[in-house]
Design a protein around this ligand. Structure first.
Ligand code: CTP
Length: 399
């Protein structure tokens, strides 16, 4: 997501500066280009050599170094985003008043890119009226402020003022500046996880689906600009982006009801949930005691949600199903594509090692309604989700 994105990080004098080491590492891992500017005070908190090594770039500190002038205008124009983190009270006050007594402030005043700040200070300073006034001033100028966390502070006190964690800073940058546009203005419905069909208050029929694939698809669709609703069965997965609407359900019936409401307004629907195919014919309101040696459980089919949505599908809608197979994979998936009136079916085979339920990796083949088949390599589910979203995006733009 951050491949080739140019980010300048301005570090000021605050104990939270130690977190920037990890932030730089995460950004570089995601293939961002990172340049760092430090105020003289920041050098007291982290060593520039650590940051230059991790960012693979020289760290800028002084306006004039060894008789040469650091070109603050070029730096400000190089970046896609200028992140000032941690932002101390002192630098904030200077920014709000146009003071320019170091390189970081000179770059701030000449930056043509968006400026984002992640404040870090003790709670009393955070709540001081001048801090509030200064934050309001830079906000009015158009700078973005990453909310502070609540927790243990450098003083040992607990309260508001902690700098946001590196992972949250990255999420903020991606959400606000680096989302793609391939699915902009598209409403996307995704199902994920297993469903649990109750037998009695303590037992259920379920399956091993972890929800990882569906959650990854939801995030990739969101990162391409879509307005995403995720309907998920029980899972431990968590979303990284709060703007994705999450509807939690337990049973196939609940998933069907939720999908019916949303489907009619969806441009793209991706059914990655491992919906239970059968539910118990009778649900006991009390725990069934183990009196008999055998228990004949009567089951009835659940509603095939994909099949029902396929019946209602309008020409403008794009419907994608999954097929989990153990034999005659392509034939069975092709049958599902036709029977369920889907535009594409994503085939997973349990015969592929390190694929499907519970794994972080997956290997897929996409069968498209025109009869073509696209085979993908075994990949991390994030990259599989990217392939799926690119495939869909290409097809809808071809329409
Ligand atoms: N599906 C659904 N509702 C069900 C069962 C399945 O919407 N009650 C959807 C799944 O989300 C998936 C597709 O149908 O997108 C295919 O699911 P799969 O379990 O592979 O196949 P089934 O249709 O259930 O058929 P079978 O179990 O016989 O292979």
């Amino acid at each position: 997501m951050l491949h080739g994105k140019k980010i300048i990080i301005g570090i000021t004098g605050s104990i939270a500066a130690y977190k920037i080491i990890y932030l730089v590492r995460l950004l570089v891992k995601q293939e961002a280009e990172v340049k760092i500017i430090m105020t003289p005070a920041a050098k007291e908190f982290v060593a520039p050599i650590v940051l230059s090594t991790l960012s693979k770039n020289k760290v800028y500190i002084d306006l004039v170094e060894e008789n040469s002038w650091a070109n603050h205008v070029a730096l400000g124009r190089w970046a896609d985003v200028f992140l000032i983190a941690p932002l101390s009270c002192n630098t904030l006050a200077k920014m709000a008043n146009g003071i320019c007594d170091n390189l970081l402030l000179a770059v701030y005043l000449s930056a043509t890119c968006p400026v984002v700040v992640a404040p870090a200070m003790d709670e009393d300073m955070w709540h001081h009226p001048t801090t509030k006034k200064n934050l309001d001033t830079i906000k009015k100028i158009g700078n973005s402020i990453i909310p502070v966390d609540n927790g243990e502070l450098a003083s040992g006190l607990f309260g508001e003022g902690r700098m946001a964690e590196p992972a949250s800073i990255i999420t903020y940058l991606i959400e606000n500046f680096f989302r793609g546009t391939n699915l902009k203005n598209k409403k996307v419905l995704i199902t994920a996880g297993p469903t649990y069909e109750p037998i009695d208050p303590v037992r259920f029929i379920g399956n091993h689906s972890s929800g990882k694939m569906g959650f990854a698809i939801a995030e990739q669709a969101y990162l391409q600009g879509a307005d995403v609703t995720l309907v998920s069965g029980p899972t431990h997965e968590q979303l990284n982006y709060n703007s994705i609407k999450l509807i939690k359900v337990t049973t196939a019936n609940e998933m069907y009801a939720a999908c019916l409401k949303i489907f009619k307004h969806s441009d793209i629907t991706i059914m990655s949930a491992a919906v239970a195919d059968y539910q118990s014919k009778e649900i006991s309101s009390k725990k069934v005691k183990k009196k008999q040696a055998e228990w004949d459980l009567k089951l009835k089919k659940t509603t095939d949600i994909l099949f029902q949505l396929g019946k209602q599908k309008k020409k403008s809608q794009f419907l994608v199903g999954f097929a989990l197979e153990t034999e005659n994979e392509i034939e069975n998936a092709a049958q599902k594509l036709k029977n369920k009136n889907a535009d594409a079916i994503i085939l997973n085979s349990l015969n592929d090692t390190n694929s499907c339920f519970g794994f972080d990796t997956n290997k897929i083949t996409i069968l498209y309604k025109d009869g073509t088949t696209s085979i993908f390599e075994l990949k991390n589910k994030q990259y599989v989700a990217k392939d799926i979203i690119s495939f869909i995006s290409d097809k809808i733009h071809e329409k």
